[in-house]
Design a protein around this ligand. Structure first.
Ligand SMILES: [Zn+2]
Length: 115
């Protein structure tokens, strides 16, 4: 199942959402904005949590659907998509350090040319 099709506990404009916000304001003594922020956070958690028994469902080479267990993005570990590379500055430095000896020089040159 697509992560955007997962059932949300408090959909926008629903009576459950309004009731939950009212309840938090009355009994937890927090402001309206804080209550809304909590509801939004709960929806986000529900969207990022795979359903119990949720399957990947990607099309396989046998034209059947993949039956592996789904991750937070709705696909399995084999169909989750490609890596987007190192995120932190340290990670990028490590990636450069693991290149072949001549490669950092080449990449350095390319970076200075484009920027
Ligand atoms: Zn899969």
């Amino acid at each position: 199942m697509n992560k955007y099709l997962r059932p949300l506990p408090f959909p926008l404009g629903s009576p459950q959402r309004r009731r939950c916000i009212d309840h938090m304001m009355a009994y937890a003594h927090i402001s309206y904005r804080e209550a809304v922020a909590k509801v939004v956070a709960a929806n986000k958690v529900a969207r990022d949590t795979p359903l119990r028994g949720e399957r990947c469902g990607a099309r396989t080479r046998r034209a059947t659907s993949c039956m592996c267990k789904a991750m937070a993005n709705g696909r399995c570990k084999y169909h989750g998509g490609m890596s987007t590379g190192p995120k932190t500055e340290e990670g990028r430095r490590n990636a450069m350090a693991n290149l072949k000896p001549f490669a950092p020089v080449r990449h350095e040159v390319r970076e200075t040319e484009c920027c």
